[in-house]
Ligand binder design. Structure first.
Ligand code: 9MR
Length: 454
């Protein structure tokens, strides 16, 4: 199928997808296929644990969708279920992205963690700018919970009912809810959520509560008193937005003390950020720290599992919020698994074959997909090695056919594709990369092939 560049661009804008990848290597001339690792979700399932990711609904196609569906057994909408997303104007609801994520999860046999019902942030302007009596606030809270939890009744595994209720010193955060209703807004929200969906596990979720400290102790005391009062509370979410080198040494002990209260614990938003650029040493340290977090959860039977806050560095909140920092997730921004990915797999009992250092790798991505066409990209990167010419080959698994290529010369014979460098981009220096692209047709499915560099 031929596609003009301009119509491709228009379609790309409408159907922008990101890409997952398959990486393959070549060190010193000998092609070494990267053995397909067992998906994380299969490893986690064998241990009865959740391995989840936050997702952006609009991106759940192409390689992003393939990876989210293949590797994770739980999804959390990163933003789609927040009040400001679902009810931007009072009484006007937009469930499109949230529905899309829940539908995707069901189609892929994944759990959904609802996030989040009661928070001080990402609320609609009509709510935060309004002046409300406590009776009105109370009604708004109950109605919101009844509507949103009711919509997904029976379909969600858990809800982050209340998000981030504490200050760092363990006092209550002064929010719209706290100021209007007092600390009992928390019990009220939990009670309303239980009434709207008796089968969903109800959580309080916060950050900087991973280790034992003033804030986590306040959360502990709250959960204890809610249990004593008979308020429905099933679990605590430890977000775990961590900084490289600062994984709390008391993480497992802290998880255990919550478990001993008789509630579940989930690591709900794990990422481990670093000052950029990411070096091999930092990525190795990050891998060890991902493994330590996994192990702390795996050591406590009531720790249900770990969710990462975005699985790829191209879909992470970190660079926007902490300028100069990033590389916080298990996949790089080209969807190549990082050492952290392999560390998660190992913690879950997998045996992985991490790429050797000193190699050139080829990473295949679907960067745009529409009707029956798509644009693909292959990036060839070298680290500790270099190339003076290259050839990237793969076999299309579902009848895809290349119609045009740029920055490489490609031939296709049956399902076999072979692309060689152009006259100007054969050389890939140590630490450098080149990319080439192509347009191709697909129908039915568009699986990502494994590329061999040779
Ligand atoms: O990942 C979310 C990001 O896209 C939003 O811009 C941000 C706004 O605060 O919220 C992010 O998710 C947050 C989550 O809902 C609660 N814990 C902290 C997360 C990172 O800010």
């Amino acid at each position: 199928m031929r596609t003009s560049r301009s119509s491709f661009r228009a379609r790309l804008a409408a159907f922008l997808t990101s890409a997952a990848t398959t990486g393959v290597l070549l060190a010193a001339g000998a092609p070494a296929a990267h053995a397909a690792d067992t998906p994380l979700r299969d490893l986690a399932a064998a241990k009865g644990k959740v391995i989840g990711t936050a997702v952006t609904g609009s991106k759940l196609t192409g390689t992003y969708g393939d990876t989210a569906g293949r590797e994770f057994n739980a999804l959390t909408p990163g933003n789609a279920m927040k009040w400001g997303s679902v009810e931007p104007a009072r009484g006007t609801f937009d469930w499109a992205e949230a529905d899309r994520i829940v539908d995707f999860a069901e189609a892929h046999g994944q759990q959904v963690r609802g996030h989040t019902l009661v928070w001080h942030s990402q609320n609609p302007g009509w709510l935060t700018n309004g002046t409300w009596t406590s009776a009105q606030l109370s009604r708004l809270l109950n109605d919101h919970i009844a509507t949103e939890v009711g919509r997904y009744k029976g379909r969600l595994a858990a809800w982050d009912v209340v998000n981030e209720p504490f200050n760092e010193d363990g006092t209550y955060r002064e929010t719209l809810w706290y100021n209007g209703l007092g600390a009992d807004y928390i019990a009220q929200a939990l009670t309303a959520a239980r009434a709207a969906d008796p089968s969903a596990k109800l959580y309080i979720n916060d950050y900087n509560v991973e280790g034992v400290g003033a804030k986590s102790t306040a959360l502990y005391n709250l959960v204890k008193s809610l249990k004593e009062r008979g308020v429905p509370i099933d679990g605590v979410g430890l977000q775990a937005h961590l900084i490289l080198g600062q994984v709390p040494s008391t993480l497992q002990q802290n998880i255990q003390r919550f478990a001993d209260l008789g509630v579940d614990v989930a690591i709900t938003e794990l990422d481990i950020r670093m000052q950029l650029p990411a070096t091999e040493a930092k990525l190795a340290q990050q891998a060890a720290e991902y493994k330590a977090v996994m192990n702390a959860c795996l050591a406590v039977s009531r720790c249900v599992g770990v969710t990462v806050w975005g699985f790829t560095d191209s879909d992470s909140w970190i660079p926007d919020t902490f300028p100069g920092q990033g590389a916080a997730t298990p996949y790089d921004e080209n969807y190549a698994p990082k050492p952290a990915y392999h560390a998660i797999a190992e913690a879950l009992g997998g045996t992985t074959t991490p790429p050797p250092t000193g190699a050139c790798t080829a990473t295949y991505s679907v960067t745009g997909q529409w009707d029956n066409g798509f644009t693909g990209q292959v990036r060839i990167s070298c680290s500790g090695a270099s190339l003076t010419s290259w050839k990237a080959s793969w076999t299309f698994g579902a009848g895809q056919r290349i119609s045009q290529a740029w920055n490489a010369s490609c031939t296709q014979s049956g399902a076999a594709v072979s692309c060689s460098n152009a006259s100007y981009n054969g050389s890939v220096p140590d630490g450098g990369s080149v990319t080439f692209g192509f347009n191709a047709s697909w129908s039915g499915s568009n699986p990502v092939p494994t590329v061999t560099l040779g």
